[in-house]
Design a protein around this ligand. Structure first.
Ligand SMILES: Nc1ncnc2c1ncn2[C@@H]1O[C@H](COP(=O)(O)OP(=O)(O)OP(=O)(O)O)[C@@H](O)[C@H]1O
Ligand SMILES: [Mg+2]
Length: 334
């Protein structure tokens, strides 16, 4: 490295992504990012130590311009673009560009389209099946006809709910970088959400109680979105966390240092730890059949997460099987 012009090493160091200079199959220089990723021992040694993926190594040893994808450097899930550029005879610049985030986003988009299509196709298949039967069979016993009619109606409503939730999600996402311009009292949101959940709760022998502090400072927020968030959380607590042995859902709002905490707690059966990190994924449900039976689309917590992000707040889902679930949303005061 000592015979390398100073300009070359400062150029390398100015690059944020990992970069190496390779001369006669030896790594003669590496910037800080490359040393962090590949280890200090790559410096001054055979390039095979730095580049271990066979197809990547072939490209480097060929010493011709090349662009390829490499995965598994610095972690199994990570993907990189590798660039080989001859600078002079015998001197190569090798650069790595991290593509993990782009690849993950691509995968999410593909999964999302597949999931959404699947969720819509299921009710659609029922509608088509019942519709066909009704259309073909002229003298159908009337009790069957009304049963089929109801099923068609229910499944169509279900499709409508999915479409509405998807539209709501994409509207919230579109506003991601637009800070909410209102100011509001989360205690009021908590009270309204508790009231909104009352009817559903009563039908299950439960009650929803608002437990809010007086004189809470206002937070910047979008009233409609935050009420949608609170309604979703109360709906979940009532549908999945409320029953004979656990009849109370508590909706709280109180100040916590420079944030206001909105929380919804139930004493239901709780959620196993393996599910917790995935709950905010679109269409993710712990028990798909049960969620569907109660009219769930699996989009509620995804919507909650996006609303919290738009408000620059934080979301925590604390749950223990057998003890219940508490969802906490913290919104900054300013
Ligand atoms: N308080 C809770 N107690 C137990 N399980 C819960 C609770 N809240 C959510 N879950 C689980 O998390 C899953 C995802 O919740 P989410 O709100 O995203 O979807 P959903 O309720 O199924 O449908 P949607 O809210 O779109 O109508 C639910 O299906 C349920 O299995
Ligand atoms: Mg829900």
């Amino acid at each position: 490295m000592s015979d390398l012009p100073l300009l070359a090493t400062s150029l390398l160091d100015a690059l944020e992504e990992p970069a190496l200079l390779v001369q006669r199959e030896r790594t003669i220089a590496a910037n800080a990012a490359a040393l962090r990723l590949l280890g200090d021992s790559i410096l001054g040694t055979d390039v095979r130590l730095a580049v271990r993926q066979p197809h990547a190594l072939r490209a480097v040893l060929a010493a011709r311009p090349a662009d390829l994808e490499v995965s598994g450097i610095g972690g199994l899930e990570r993907s990189w673009d590798l660039q080989v550029r001859p600078l002079e005879p015998d001197l190569l610049l090798v650069r790595l560009t991290d593509r993990s985030a782009t690849r993950a986003a691509e995968k999410m988009r593909v999964d999302f389209v597949a999931n959404a299509s699947h969720e819509l196709r299921t009710p659609l298949a029922t509608i088509i099946g019942y519709g066909e039967t009704l259309a073909e069979d002229g003298d159908f016993p009337s009790e069957h006809r009304s049963r089929f009619g109801r099923a068609i109606h229910d499944e169509a409503r279900r499709m409508l709910r999915i479409v509405q939730d998807l539209m709501s999600l994409s509207r919230i996402e579109a506003d991601r970088f637009v800070p909410p311009d209102g100011r509001l009292d989360l205690a009021e949101i908590a009270r309204i959400a508790a009231e909104n959940g009352r009817r559903l709760a009563e039908s299950r022998g439960c009650r929803v109680v608002a437990d809010v502090a007086d004189g809470l400072p206002q937070v910047p927020g979008d009233f409609t979105q935050l009420l949608q968030l609170a309604d979703n959380l109360v709906g979940n607590a009532v549908r999945y966390g409320c029953g004979p042995g656990s009849p109370e859902v508590l909706v709280g709002a109180r100040q916590e240092r420079d944030a206001v905490l909105l929380s919804v707690r139930d004493r239901g059966e709780g959620i196993a730890a393996v599910h917790l990190p995935r709950l905010t994924e679109r269409f993710y449900r712990v028990d798909a059949a049960r969620s569907r039976d109660s009219g769930g689309t699996g989009l509620g917590l995804a919507i909650v997460k996006h609303i919290v992000e738009r408000h620059r707040g934080t979301l925590a889902i604390l749950s223990k099987p057998g003890e219940g679930t508490e969802v906490q949303v913290r919104l900054p005061l300013a």
